[in-house]
Design a protein around this ligand. Structure first.
Ligand SMILES: [Zn+2]
Length: 176
């Protein structure tokens, strides 16, 4: 709910959050394919989350620090923001691109982070990334995948810093 409150654009859509067995990913945000799928304004969405982090059951999702969970959900909700304006055909194209082209996937993951950061979730997003790569005992192949497809914590911090500088400059320009 903490993450969800920051995404008012989604509040008019039905959103299902389901915890279930997942083979490869830990969380996944998708549109639901039903008759409403074809109507952008009424489309339903689902966030699936695994019940563990694929670590031979070492870390259960509900045992994650709260800020890490908020960052994770904010990232998933960021994906939904990216889906909102897309037509059904465009979403299908997106799905294929995501699965088939690594660069497409990298772009989609960056966008999800950027939408979450723009809504004030940079600190939780950074906490999530740091947790995954530094604190957790995830297997190295999982970390390699994360490093390949996702923005690093440093990159997010730099982006936030840059935006703050721009904002500061605008403020100064207005004063002058
Ligand atoms: Zn993602």
């Amino acid at each position: 709910m903490k993450a969800y409150k920051g995404f008012p654009e989604l509040h008019g859509h039905r959103l299902v959050v389901r915890q279930q067995e997942m083979r490869t990913t830990t969380m996944q945000a998708q549109p639901i394919v039903n008759p409403a799928f074809f109507n952008r304004k009424k489309r339903h969405y689902i966030i699936r989350l695994s019940n563990n982090m694929h670590l031979r059951d070492q870390v259960r999702v509900h045992e994650l620090p709260e800020e890490v969970l908020v960052g994770w959900f904010a990232h998933e909700l960021g994906h939904l923001i990216d889906y909102l304006p897309r037509t059904a055909a465009n979403l299908l194209k997106f799905g294929i691109g995501y699965l088939a082209f690594p660069n497409f996937r990298i772009g989609a993951e960056r966008k999800a982070d950027i939408y979450a950061i723009a809504r004030g979730f940079s600190a939780p997003i950074i906490a999530t990334k740091k947790y995954i790569l530094e604190k957790s005992s995830l297997p190295s192949h999982y970390k390699t995948r994360i490093e390949r497809y996702y923005m690093s914590a440093d990159e997010v911090a730099l982006m936030v810093q840059k935006k703050e500088k721009e904002r500061e400059k605008l403020r100064m320009d207005k004063l002058l």
